[in-house]
Design a protein around this ligand. Structure first.
Ligand SMILES: Nc1ncnc2c1ncn2[C@@H]1O[C@H](COP(=O)(O)OP(=O)(O)OP(=O)(O)O)[C@@H](O)[C@H]1O
Length: 208
């Protein structure tokens, strides 16, 4: 379970939010909402341990995340808002690199299956620089099929640039992860067709 208690965040000299607490239990899908610049990405990076809050603490299974970062990061998959691709590498090479740098053993056939499943069968060997924005997004999202054993998925704008069918597919994948006892925290500015509406945390309510 992920638990954040009384978080405050300051960027530069500007306080973004304070008094923010949240709890994400197995099966939960939490949508972090709020206008541009209210701190959604900042919060997700804090929850991942990539940035420090001004105050407050974050616990994973009752242990502060900075006390056992390795175990926390083994349970976590974070996809940032911009697909981090090397333009010179193919989708397959990018996916293998992303998985191996995350510490996972990389099975080439599984990577190919994941890319085919996400709709990139025709683009497996193209350099990433020629991919469309939606295809670039899909390369990153293919990790979801490879890392389902990571309980907590933290996803920044995962629906951006996806077409209607891909949005529906991703919605199903996220729902299935939660139904299997996983947890999802995401940001999005668009409505996605979840069968069960996510819990919403609106940063406008804790903004400074
Ligand atoms: N290093 C920094 N120094 C100063 N300000 C920063 C820094 N990093 C982020 N900010 C500011 O913090 C605010 C929150 O940024 P953040 O990316 O978390 O917002 P967001 O809610 O995710 O926005 P969007 O909906 O546009 O993606 C913005 O006003 C941004 O300019």
């Amino acid at each position: 379970m992920l638990y954040a208690n009384d978080l405050a965040c300051v960027k530069g000299d500007r306080p973004l939010f304070r008094g923010l607490s949240l709890r994400v239990a197995p099966g939960d899908l939490l949508r972090v909402a709020g206008p541009n610049g209210y701190g959604k990405t900042s919060l997700l990076r804090i929850l991942c341990g990539l940035a420090m809050p001004e105050s407050g603490e974050i616990l994973w299974n009752d242990v502060p995340i900075n006390r056992d970062r390795e175990s926390y990061h083994r349970s976590l998959l974070y996809l940032g808002h911009a697909p981090a691709l090397n333009d010179l590498l193919s989708p397959l090479e990018n996916l293998r690199f992303a998985c191996s740098s995350g510490g996972d053993k990389v099975d080439e056939d599984a990577c190919i299956d994941a890319l085919v499943r996400i709709g990139l069968a025709q683009q497996l060997d193209l350099p990433a620089r020629v991919l469309s924005q939606g295809q670039r997004r899909r390369v990153g999202l293919a990790r979801l099929f490879l890392e389902a054993d990571r309980k907590l998925w933290i996803l920044d704008e995962p629906f951006t640039a996806l077409d209607v069918a891909a949005v529906a597919d991703l919605t199903s994948t996220l729902s299935e992860h939660c139904a299997a006892g996983g947890m999802v925290v995401l940001t999005t500015h668009q409505d996605a067709p979840f069968a069960k509406a996510p819990t919403v945390l609106d940063l406008a309510e804790v903004a400074c």
